[in-house]
Design a protein around this ligand. Structure first.
Ligand SMILES: [Zn+2]
Ligand SMILES: [Zn+2]
Length: 463
């Protein structure tokens, strides 16, 4: 295991892997076969420069961040993970929100947002809420603490390799920050008609959501994998500055190591054991998932997402119906949030991905590659925010139920809409951004930027 206190760019032999001056190397220069990386977004094979804490290495062609270095990464991640776990424990231990209408009210804890949905015959939506808000973040934080404790004691704890592999898969599905927005929307919805009190858990949850974001950003997976498993040399003959797929190579999306792809196109990473990503030029899986999400988007909008019963009067509300209700009540900002999260984001995401798949297949260039990759990044980033409406339903159903003057139940649209969010997220994950760069010329040269980020070396060179 590498000494976590040492600069990470030192190889186990103590040699600097690739110096900053290497970015000015002439094409054709032999480079070390250590510390080669494949850009996951444009498929360019690159040699990492030396990166100091506080610096990052961006791909010189597409701008994708390959490595972000932190000071004392193990101590930093461990401290953040423990603090986040404490706030999570506080978030589930105390009352979350309470409300009161003319002496009749209810007080809920965080876990009831999921458990009430089970009682209302929506176990899948409940599972989704429970996983994204509590369970997956808890698994992530415990796994990270386990890894950091092992690295700090200089002896990785048992099963560290398997645990490190789970981090990348869990990260996109943690949605505590989206849940905070969902809670705020729910509160604004009921504040006009009831007296609302925020419990200790609500405030701890807000801190938990913020700390969870900071924790995920603190993880330097390049350093983590080097410390856990060191780093084998890249395959012989790897040519930096050219597309990896053209050389039969693939960069591992989990640990970053460059591997040779077997003839079958399917293989596993030599260092972490994760399946390697073969080039998905047609993006057929993305298209299939998009088709499924388009089909599910119809019931998501046609069926009510929640049903409100007030003094014997039952009012089912679809997503659009909910938006119109907020507008009628003069709550324009909330109407806007729900409209953006539940209508604009999923629809524009589906259209953007369909368009990207189409232009990639047709080899058309209506936009520059830089603009297309930016569009892809936006679709990937915004997808999870559509869960706001699902969380609003979960919170309102838990809070306003049985025996109150008013009660709210989830509608059939809730499950359909949750499925749309999950399917569109999977579609964006399965889209292969490398297909955007198919046939692109290698970049001319890279310069070090003065903003603390460094471009890896990608001059044409043969190893
Ligand atoms: Zn790139
Ligand atoms: Zn790997």
């Amino acid at each position: 295991m590498a000494d976590p206190s040492l600069p990470e760019e030192k190889s186990p032999e103590g040699n600097s892997i690739d110096s900053a001056s290497s970015t000015h190397r002439q094409p054709g220069t032999i480079v070390s076969r250590r510390r080669l990386r494949v850009c996951h977004e444009c498929d360019l094979l690159l040699a990492l420069p030396s990166i100091n804490p506080g610096e990052k290495a961006d791909c010189p062609r597409c701008g994708h961040t390959l490595v972000r270095r932190h000071t004392n990464p193990a101590e930093r991640s461990l401290a953040l993970a423990i603090a986040t776990l404490i706030t999570l424990a506080l978030s589930v231990a105390f009352p979350f929100i309470s409300f009161d209408i003319s002496g009749i009210g209810n007080r809920i804890e965080l876990t009831e947002t999921a458990s009430t949905l089970i009682g209302q015959h929506q176990p899948l939506v409940a599972l989704c809420v429970l996983l994204t808000v509590i369970v997956l973040p808890a698994i992530y934080l415990l796994s990270l603490s386990w890894l950091c404790l092992g690295l700090l004691s200089r002896h990785p704890l048992p099963r560290s390799r398997q645990i490190a592999r789970t981090l990348r898969h869990v990260t996109p599905w943690m949605m505590a920050d989206v849940f905070v927005i969902g809670t705020l929307v729910s509160l604004i919805k009921i504040m006009g008609m009831a007296h609302v009190e925020l419990g200790l858990s609500f405030w701890s949850f807000c801190v938990y959501a913020l700390l969870l974001l900071l924790t995920t950003q603190s993880v330097d997976s390049d350093w983590l994998w080097f410390s856990l498993e060191k780093e084998a040399q890249a395959p012989a003959g790897a040519r930096v500055g050219f597309a990896a797929s053209e050389q039969g190579l693939a960069g591992c999306h989990t640990c970053g190591l460059v591997n040779r792809l077997p003839e079958s196109g399917k293989g596993r990473c030599r260092r972490c054991g994760e399946p390697l990503h073969p080039y998905r030029t047609g993006n057929q899986v993305t298209l299939a998932l998009l088709a499924a999400s388009v089909v599910m988007y119809l019931p998501a909008n046609l069926y009510p997402i929640m049903i409100t019963t007030s003094l014997g009067d039952t009012t089912p509300a679809t997503i659009i119906g909910g938006v119109l209700l907020f507008i009628q009540n003069g709550d324009f900002p909330i109407a806007m949030i729900i409209f953006i999260a539940s209508v604009l984001v999923p629809v524009s995401k589906m259209l953007a991905l369909l368009w990207l798949c189409y232009v990639v297949r047709q080899q058309q260039r209506p936009l520059s590659r830089q603009k297309r990759i930016r569009l892809y990044r936006i679709t990937e980033f915004i997808g999870r925010w559509s869960m706001v409406d699902v969380f609003v339903v979960a919170i309102l159903v838990a809070l306003i139920r049985n025996g109150s003057i008013m009660s709210i139940e989830p509608g059939a649209g809730a499950l359909a809409f949750t499925t749309v969010v999950v399917l569109t997220m999977l579609a964006a994950m399965m889209f292969d951004p490398r297909s955007i760069w198919q046939g692109a010329e290698p970049p001319a040269h890279a310069d070090l930027s003065s903003t603390g980020s460094r471009h890896p070396s990608k001059e044409s060179s043969h190893v």
